[in-house]
Write a protein that binds this ligand. Structure first.
Ligand code: UD1
Length: 346
């Protein structure tokens, strides 16, 4: 009998990493987490153990620690890496650009250097629809021009370029670049979900915190965009679908597929007001809101053409906005303070 392939998840204790951990375990892989817990909580490990009924392999440490990453990869005979570890707050990246260049570029660089010293040349990278800047038309296909409007977006773009350069230098590298649109929702168990530190930047965690009574109202940034109801339109995708996209990406690369870059979205836009209404419906809770000024750097509309991922990976999203809201609410109402106050063990 052959061993299940071990997959290293840098930043595996975070929102997307933890859901992908479960999806990989359920698909028969052995996921191994590397996380420094700078923006995640060790308590997630208990929850992962409860969901998967398996011991959770986790190493605390930084992806920038080349020696540590190399040792971890050798110890677990890692077959592929999914690189989630990175900072993602746009506003913070403008205020502290070096923190972003250091962590996001330095982390990727160290990881690639560590991988070079192992037999593993298979890497899936968490990129973002932020690389499209303000798209000239919709829906967005992967060959649209890339641009950036802040240091965070710049780091995603440079990481994509680094991967292109290593592929060019050595065709043994197989990379899957996943450009995430707007991940939302939570595992249907309500045991794991999004747990932002401080004031949420993103829409859904803000909405859930209003519904649970932690914040008085939602600010809707802009009501005069050129969209059907004047509020911003995004491609919200259920975190469970996003997790499955990682499984599909790893499976394809391990079977010898060529490197790829794909959009990971549902291929449909929803406005802020659509989200508020769908959430009220799913939760039975009111979400009071006020219109506020546009947020700097926001675009009116952003949604994917998701057909390339379907064609290359045979993956497509299946969850509706209603399911995203219902699952986000289950997580938030069962865990009003996220992972805080939970004893950390494992
Ligand atoms: C944001 C980032 C993007 C990053 C992604 C993941 C910006 C400009 N973009 O995407 O680069 O990859 O998060 O971290 O920050 N909204 C409100 N009220 C709120 C929060 C959001 O009205 O309190 C609106 C926004 O104006 C937007 C929509 O909700 O129309 C979605 O916002 P958000 O969840 O922050 O995602 P993006 O802006 O698409």
């Amino acid at each position: 009998m052959t061993h299940p392939a071990s997959i290293l998840l840098t930043g595996g204790a975070g929102y997307i990493g933890s859901h992908t951990f479960v999806a990989l375990a359920q698909a028969g892989f052995t996921p191994v987490i590397l996380d420094d817990f700078s923006t995640s909580n060790r308590a997630v490990l208990n929850r992962l153990q409860r969901i998967t009924s398996q011991p959770v392999l986790c190493q605390q440490g930084s992806v920038a620690d080349r020696v540590l990453v190399h040792d971890l990869m050798q110890r677990h005979s890692i077959a592929a890496v999914i690189h989630f570890a990175g900072f993602k707050a746009v506003g913070e990246s403008v205020a502290q650009p070096l923190k972003y260049y250091d962590n996001n570029l330095g982390g990727m660089m160290a990881l690639l250097r560590a991988m070079e010293r192992t037999p593993c040349r298979t890497l899936v990278f968490s990129s973002s629809a932020t690389v499209y800047g303000d798209p000239a038309s919709l829906p967005i296909t992967e060959n649209f021009p890339r641009s950036h409007t802040n240091p965070y977006g710049h780091t995603k773009l440079v990481c994509e370029d680094m991967l292109a350069a290593v592929r060019e230098s050595n065709p043994a590298w197989r990379t899957g670049v996943l450009r995430y649109f707007n991940p939302t929702g939570a595992h249907p168990s309500g045991l794991i979900g999004e747990d932002p530190t401080g004031l949420p930047n993103n829409l859904m965690p803000y909405v859930t915190q209003v519904a649970v009574g932690k914040r008085p109202f939602l600010n809707i940034y802009g009501q005069d965009y050129a969209t059907p109801d004047g509020t911003g339109v995004r491609d919200y995708i259920h975190i469970q679908d996003l997790a499955q996209a990682h499984v599909a990406a790893v499976q394809a690369l391990l079977k010898g597929a060529d490197s790829f870059t794909v959009n990971v979205g549902i291929g449909q836009g929803h406005s802020v007001l659509d989200v508020v209404r769908a959430f009220e419906q799913a939760s039975g809770k009111p979400v009071p809101y006020r219109f506020a000024a546009r947020r700097a750097g926001d675009v009116a509309q952003c949604y994917a053409d998701a057909s390339l991922a379907k064609r290359l990976l045979n993956w497509h999203a299946t969850h509706t906005l209603a399911a995203m809201c219902a699952d986000a609410w289950r997580w938030q109402s069962n865990n009003p303070d996220g992972y805080a106050n939970e004893p950390a063990s494992v």
